[in-house]
Design a protein around this ligand. Sequence first.
Ligand SMILES: [Fe+2]
Length: 277
Amino acid sequence: MRTHSLANGFAIQIEDVDLAAALDDETFDAIRTLWMEHRVAIFPNQNLDDDQLVAFTERFGPLFVHAQSSLLTTYKRKEVMELSNLDGVPRPVDYELDWHTDQTYTPQPVFGTILYGIVAPQEGGQTLFCDLAGAYASLPDSLRRRVEGVNAVYSAEPRPKVRETPLTEEEKARILDCTHPLIRTHPYLKRKAIYLSPLHIKTIGDLSADDSFALMQELTDHATQADHVYRHTWSIGDLVMWDNTSIMHSRTPMPADQKRYLKRTGFYLPDDLAVPF
Ligand SMILES: [Fe+2]
């Protein structure tokens, strides 16, 4: 296994490891430690079928299933989501996505998300990763005082038209807004990070919706400075995983003629560590 640190050390490229193989415990533990310390791990040149992708994912924790079940109907298995704009796909994913952290609006949010590249665009469609642990560490005191010890309300639809596929009535009744600490502590490393998800945060502390939005914008401007952002350009066979306690992500636009197809899996924390704190 060879490693190569990227983006001020909050992302790491890990080469010469075959994730389709049955990894011995020592190799797996080394990967898990590197991933948690660096937040984003990139494994180029992988070749996994769905069973192998699920088997690799499941070693990290219970398999993630998306809360918005109406998104899952077209997939062969609910644990492997397909993000694709290929011809003939019933629900193409081709819109521009804002900064967000996955599933913050659920009581026990997904811990790690994995994307695996099947078709990569020549232009655009990059995934941007923002280091929210680094952003917390570099918060100016004036901003830190406003967020320390404060809770925020996270919603699947905090404002109209934030989702490509709006929630169904059943989902609206089931997926209720959630309150989490705005500063979250990593469940294993005890490292703090801003639990930032501009797509999902509805209100912060006792601020009005407008003041919450303004504070969220200030936090986002601080967090997304260039030295906290890693830009991933996809190649076929890339497997990229990130820690949703410490990273938010977004996608860059793509010209209309570009094709992109990624598979997505994820895993939860064990129940005793799963509630953000
Ligand atoms: Fe996402």
